[in-house]
Design a protein around this ligand. Structure first.
Ligand code: ARG
Ligand code: ZN
Length: 853
């Protein structure tokens, strides 16, 4: 069934303390759980505990063995006392746990993932975030295979045991919900460091990586120290335990997990060196390390009352990690990339069958709501609060929130209330962002009146019905604007308008010369624009707007319009004059802001283009985008070459100016690869051979892949030989192959999955191959005969019984089909029906398939 937000009731029982003992064995781990329980609701006689895939051995109430009844959710104890000690013994099987939820083995190590509802796979418990207890955890395991025994909090004792085993006892002084519980046992290499907090406390930092990977851990550890310092400086938030541990594992369903004092990470977001990781990897590591660290306050000290409130911690923590990244690197580039994620993925979610507000009100499988909406739109909602309240007002609100709710499990509304109270600002209309799904469209009408020297701006907001909600209301939307004269002289007026009604008109006086206005500057709200400024107006914004993100956005709009025009006519195509001028100008100033120019020179992605249209002609759009790219390549052939040659770097370091140059040089390569001349092939080959780092190497491979150059195959063979034994690099190799648009893409996929390094049990590998195919190999996946859809479906039927969480993520491109033509929609529905009729479909996939049909 479905769970509803409106059905929330507080727990009838509290658990103040929990002692857990793990006798770790591959196939039969014995878990003993001792809880101190108190009845809160006296009318309640029975205690229902959650449990899943557990073998129950015995239950004792106050030391007396008791019988229980098994329920759909777990077990029921009847007629329990008002206060008692509950002891439960269960057996679990970590080795055969391929869902990677609860306790499982990754490579040789035991590890856990409990968020959202994985703890019930460890023991019977009140598996809900508003039940917070103090934990003591004893781990017992074979010493040789598991020299390290880790759990949350502080190590308080350890010792030897019989038969080559040893044990460790950990205690976490902070009460926490069970989703933050973690343990790790295994053999690792360890990096040590310390951080001295603002109040002078020494914190031990420990990073655990696979044997032989010490040199790849440095960047993560440095990032952690930066994040710790930043949170003190920016929010006055200090770390609260004596030790902070991060463990990298190869088998992990998502990015990472903020378990108290013991983060567990997908190794992809920990390990980096110049030879094996790209600039993007370095960036992601810094950002995910920071994200999990920031959760210590926004998530752990203050947690969620129930899972509908997930965005309370995720939206806020994503916003905080974005602020951190903006401070560490280039603020404009960080913002541009965030805007792309919103437009490519979140807008698509809003217009598909899984549409939900950032605080969902109905959930079948919670894992399906770790979504771009909850995370990224959630962060945009926090950003809007920041915009409306200003930097210091937002900080006042944060201080109030933390002061008021430290140690509690609270709601999104509690957060907004704190922001409201600290600033005496009415946010009642703003709250609608939490309950209303969908992407508002802002229609713009702008006119400059010479006689009155006035600029009149009319804004209308409208949110179309979504799959989950038919009736929509106006939202409180902060609309950033910048007035720019067509000549570039004088008035540069930037402000944020508060659009609260369906339609509002704004008049700006004393605008003596012809002017235009950029709207939604800096992506001030997660909205779409319905606004077609004249070419000259867009050009003025591109040239003269003060904000870099605004200039980028206008250039992307100019390019998008050219692509749409191309896609509508079939005849001879010529590069539009406006684009000639745009690219001429951009290439001329490439050296000033290389990364920004790189972003502006790159064509909008197919996904971004799709989101701007009601219906898409997929084939025509893909073709038009290619044609435009080829024209730009040829027209500026000399420029690309010259610029590329000027951009070569010294020895690799992950440092801002170098990163920016490499970014621009990658864009040049992507155009040069379109030229298909001996000279450019030579240049690509040389660039590959000369490269001393993964960023440049991957740029060559991607350029060759996108243009389907024969060179691709020979370089890929070389690459494979070099990196055969490196899991993370092989993921890149797999993804490059899977993303190749090629008539034989399906047999390519089959070959990849038969490769000796492929495994359906490893989520990174599965995402590299099937994820890249379904999300980014547009031609292959959307083949007209439906064979791409069938291929994915066959695979999902297999994957679903192994790892339903990963399967449910992979189906996303196949349920977002509303913009496609009838023929393709029909092909997709045939496959969705196959899934629907499958007897043992997981709840994860079932929820999505059923909504999509
Ligand atoms: N809280 C983790 C993070 O944001 C993600 C956990 C995701 N869990 C899940 N079941 N999908 O870093
Ligand atoms: Zn998070």
């Amino acid at each position: 069934g479905t769970m509803k937000l409106s059905d929330y009731t507080p727990s009838a029982f509290s658990i103040s303390d929990l002692y857990l003992e793990f006798d770790l064995q591959d196939k039969e781990t014995r878990v003993t759980a001792v809880s101190q329980i108190r009845k809160l609701d006296n009318s309640c006689t029975d205690l229902d505990l959650d449990g899943k895939q557990l073998t129950l051995k015995a239950v004792w109430v106050n030391g007396i063995e008791t019988t229980v009844t098994h329920t759909e959710q777990g077990i029921r104890l009847t007629d329990v006392p008002d206060q008692f000690e509950l002891k439960i013994e269960t057996l679990i099987d970590p080795v055969n746990n391929h869902a990677l939820e609860g306790l499982y083995k990754s490579g040789g190590a035991f590890c856990t993932q409990c968020e959202a509802q994985g703890f019930r796979r460890i023991t019977y418990f009140l598996d809900r975030p508003d039940v917070m207890a103090k934990y003591r955890v004893k781990l017992i395991a074979d010493k040789q295979a598991n020299p390290y025994l880790l759990a949350n909090g502080n190590l308080i004792d350890k010792g030897e045991a019989e038969q080559g085993r040893h044990w460790a006892l950990w205690e976490d002084p902070f009460p926490k919900p069970c989703y933050l519980f973690a343990l790790v046992a295994g053999d690792f290499d360890k990096l040590d460091d310390t951080f001295t907090t603002c109040s002078g406390k020494q914190v031990k930092l420990q990073l655990f990586v696979d044997k032989g990977n010490v040199s790849r851990g440095r960047h993560a550890l440095d990032s952690l120290k930066k994040a710790m310092a930043w949170d003190e400086q920016k929010y006055g938030l200090e770390y609260d335990l004596d030790i902070y541990m991060v463990v990298a594992v190869d088998f992990f369903n998502m990015g990472a997990m903020e378990n108290k004092g013991l983060n567990i990470f997908n190794s992809k977001y920990v390990l980096a060196d110049a030879a094996s990781a790209t600039d993007q990897d370095y960036f992601n590591i810094e950002s995910v390390i920071a994200h999990e660290y920031f959760h210590n306050w926004t998530g752990n000290r203050i947690t969620c009352r129930d899972w509908f409130q997930l965005s309370l911690k995720e939206g806020l923590t994503v916003f905080r990690d974005q602020q951190f990244s903006a401070d560490m690197a280039s603020a404009a580039i960080v913002r541009i990339n965030q805007v792309k994620i919103m437009r490519e993925h979140q807008f698509a979610e809003d217009s598909g069958p899984m549409a939900h507000p950032i605080r969902p009100s109905e959930v079948m499988e919670m894992n399906n709501f770790y979504s771009v909406t909850v995370y990224d739109k959630g962060a945009e909602v926090i950003r809007m609060l920041h915009t409306l309240l200003g930097e210091s007002g937002f900080r006042r609100g944060m201080d109030c929130y933390i002061e008021r709710h430290d140690g509690q499990a609270v709601t999104c509304d509690d957060f907004v209330q704190a922001m409201e109270d600290a600033n005496q600002k009415d946010l009642s209309l703003f709250r609608r962002w939490y309950s209303q799904s969908g992407t508002p469209v802002i229609s713009v009408n702008c006119q400059w009146h010479q006689s009155q020297q006035q600029l009149r701006l009319e804004l209308t907001q409208n949110t179309a019905p979504t799959a989950d909600q038919s009736i929509k209301q106006p939202l409180h939307i902060p609309v950033g604007i910048e007035i720019v004269t067509l000549s570039g002289g004088e008035p540069k007026i930037s402000e944020v308008l508060s659009l609260t009604e369906q339609k509002q008109t704004y008049v700006f006086e004393n605008i003596p010369s012809p002017s235009t206005v950029a709207v939604l500057t800096g992506f001030s709200a997660p909205a779409k624009l319905n606004y077609q400024p004249a070419e000259a107006e867009l050009m003025a914004v591109i040239l003269h707007a003060s904000d870099a993100v605004t200039r980028w956005d206008a250039s992307q709009q100019l390019i998008s319009e050219a692509i749409f025009k191309f896609s509508q006519r079939d005849n001879e195509k010529e590069l539009p004059e406006s684009l000639k001028r745009l690219f001429q100008g951009l290439l001329g100033q490439a050296h000033t802001e290389p990364a920004l120019i790189a972003e502006m020179l790159e064509l909008p992605s197919f996904e971004t283009l799709s989101q701007q249209q009601e219906k898409i002609d997929l084939d025509a759009l893909l073709k038009a985008r290619k044609q435009l790219k080829a024209l730009l390549a040829v027209n500026f052939a000399e420029h690309w070459r010259a610029l590329f040659e000027k951009l070569s770097n010294s020895a690799y370091s992950y440092e801002q100016t170098q990163v920016e140059r490499r970014r621009l040089s990658g864009v040049c390569l992507s155009y040069l690869a379109c030229l298909d001349s001996d000279e450019s092939l030579e240049l690509l080959q040389q660039a590959y051979e000369k490269s001393d780092n993964m960023t440049d190497t991957l740029a060559v491979l991607k350029a060759c892949q996108a243009e389907n150059l024969p060179l691709f195959d020979s370089l890929m063979q070389d690459f494979e030989q070099k990196w055969h034994d490196d899991s993370l690099v092989m993921d890149k190799w797999f993804a490059l192959h899977a993303g190749r648009q090629h008539p034989q893409s399906l047999s390519n996929l089959q070959l990849l999955m038969a490769h000796s390094r492929y495994s359906i049990n490893n989520p990174n590998r599965v995402r590299s191959v099937m994820g890249t195919f379904a999300f980014y190999n547009t031609e292959g996946f959307h083949r007209r005969d439906g064979s791409g859809y069938k291929f994915l479906t066959d695979y999902l039927l297999e994957l679903d019984s192994v790892n339903p969480q990963v399967a449910a993520r992979l189906i996303t491109p196949m349920i977002q089909y509303a913009k496609l033509d009838e023929h393709r929609q029909h092909q997709i529905r045939l496959q969705l029906l196959r899934l629907f009729e499958h007897k043992t479909l997981s709840r994860d996939l079932y929820e999505k398939v059923q909504k999509a049909l």
